[in-house]
Design a protein around this ligand. Structure first.
Ligand code: Y39
Ligand code: FE
Ligand code: FE
Ligand code: FE
Length: 230
């Protein structure tokens, strides 16, 4: 939000930039792959929405390929081992919920938390990206709003019976996003992405989503605060 529109001091071919990019790019590639897998899993939990969910999964696969080409363009090898570890706990929580058939928790993790994380990160990245990556990311972020909207619509239509599970899943998963943001803060700064802007954009998108689903302002504030504790 408070970010400058251009960063002429960024040297996309410097070793410092490429080293940080090898982790951030890997996180994004791994995130898109896992988003694909998550929507394929959700298609099993919601057979009546199978076609739509498979379409979302396909978009995530396309995003992954786009970001792989961004790394190649900068001659960076993504550190996929780091990225797998990075998503480990969130991934496990999704898997556990999936095994129990907890569709509400799965939707909160993928379609609300992870999509809002993507929306914040991509919006903050676009003004400071290289020309090639900027074009790719602009195309991707439009899709992410559609994915977030999918989750919002389903949860809004099933709000009363989902409410308690949403609050519980929020409590268990929002703190993980905080840890994840802290963990990449330094690498993000090398790319001229400020942590404060990431947090701000994430909370705006997430709070708005909770409001659209049906939570009151007081409930949203309570749920947001739970992210900061623990
Ligand atoms: O739905 C999606 O496409 C989500 C998988 C993508 C999330 C990517 C997470 C980006 C975090 C980057 C952190 C940069 C500071
Ligand atoms: Fe995506
Ligand atoms: Fe997405
Ligand atoms: Fe700074």
């Amino acid at each position: 939000m408070t970010q400058v529109a251009t960063s002429p001091e960024l040297d996309y071919s410097s070793e410092t930039y490429k080293d940080a990019y090898s982790r951030i790019n890997a996180i994004v590639i791994e995130g898109e792959q896992e988003a694909h897998d998550n929507y394929m899993d959700l298609a099993e939990l919601l057979p009546e929405l199978q076609a739509e969910l498979q379409k979302l999964a396909k978009m995530e696969k396309r995003h992954m390929k786009g970001f792989q080409s961004c790394g190649k363009n900068l001659k960076v090898t993504p550190d996929m081992e780091f990225a797998k570890e990075y998503f480990g706990r969130l991934h496990q929580n999704f898997q556990d919920a999936m095994a129990e058939g907890k569709v509400v928790t799965c939707l909160l993790i993928q379609s609300l938390i992870i999509e809002c994380f993507a929306i914040a990160a991509y919006n903050i990245y676009i003004p400071v990206a290289d020309d090639f990556a900027r074009k790719i990311t602009q195309g991707v972020v439009k899709d992410e709003y559609m994915h977030l909207n999918f989750g919002e619509e389903w949860l809004k239509a099933n709000f009363q019976e989902s409410k308690a599970e949403l609050q519980e899943a929020n409590k268990a998963n929002l703190p993980l996003v905080w840890k994840m943001l802290n963990q990449v803060q330094e690498d993000a700064e090398v790319l001229a992405m400020e942590k404060e802007s990431l947090v701000e954009d994430f909370m705006i998108a997430y709070g708005e989503a909770l409001g659209n689903i049906g939570f009151t302002t007081a409930e949203i504030m309570k749920m947001s605060a739970h992210g900061l504790i623990r």
